[in-house]
Design a protein around this ligand. Sequence first.
Ligand code: T3D
Length: 264
Amino acid sequence: MSGSETVLTALEDGVLRLTLNRPDKLNAFNEEMHFALREGFRRAHDDAAVRAVLLTGAGRGFCAGQDLGARDPRNATEAPDLGRTLETLYNPTLRLIRSLEKPVVCAVNGVAAGAGANIAFACDIVLAARSARFIQAFAKIGLIPDAGGTWSLSRILGEPRAKALAMTAEPLGAETAAQWGLIWKAIDDEALAAESLALAKSLAAGPTFALGMTKRAIQAAGANSLDEQLDLERDLQREAGRSADYAEGVTAFLEKRKPDFKGR
Ligand code: T3D
């Protein structure tokens, strides 16, 4: 399978759909898939026609994390440098997802394990099939959670649940993940693809200039004091107030019609 086949890419109504596509391995990451996914998120940054991203998986799984076939100690002469693989393969993609000032919807269509789970948690709005489960599989193979997992789990869930999930590797069902606030919604399996695409399309047709700054502000909040955050809101709202989308939104409201946002 070539690099491009490992992530299927389609642009429709402003939504760049990225589908992890190694279904026989539950979409575990090999190098080709890393590069193809990174390329997809780079395109989302650079291409003005992309106004939202939808990330999902092909087949019965979302993503089983690192392809362990590529880490077989029996075929290695020395231990791998996993710090290097994080730095060069996983972390750039995580940074691209978080810094993209466009909405990223993740449709978790099946099991999400290891880095696969934590990449989902880095996205902006996560929908999961009711049958999906999230597994911090790292503890089973002697690793620590990566791909931002220690950061997102502890921030979203707090230390007690983050530590228990990470240390036990117990699967967390989609319904509980939604109740705990780790994801937005659990959806009936057969409805996930259509609902997640509809959500991504409605975001893509929205005021994406403001949605991008909303993302920036919410992500900055955890590290800011209230004063700093109020200043940031002032600065970003100043920019939003100068946008064509704001003028269109208010005009459409006054004219009692649907706004036609352009994302600028
Ligand atoms: O290495 C670095 O660069 C550092 C970064 C690390 C990041 C990480 O993500 S580390 C964590 C790696 N992932 C795992 O440890 C998860 C391993 N997989 C599983 O535990 C289970 O497969 C699942 C719980 C995800 C699903 O279980 P189940 O019973 O639904 O499916 P299965 O039968 O185990 O898997 C189906 C096939 O996918 C199977 O292949 P086969 O036997 O039909 O030919 C299985 O080997 C393959 N598969 C699943 N996960 C991986 C995988 N092959 C390679 N790597 C995988 N991670």
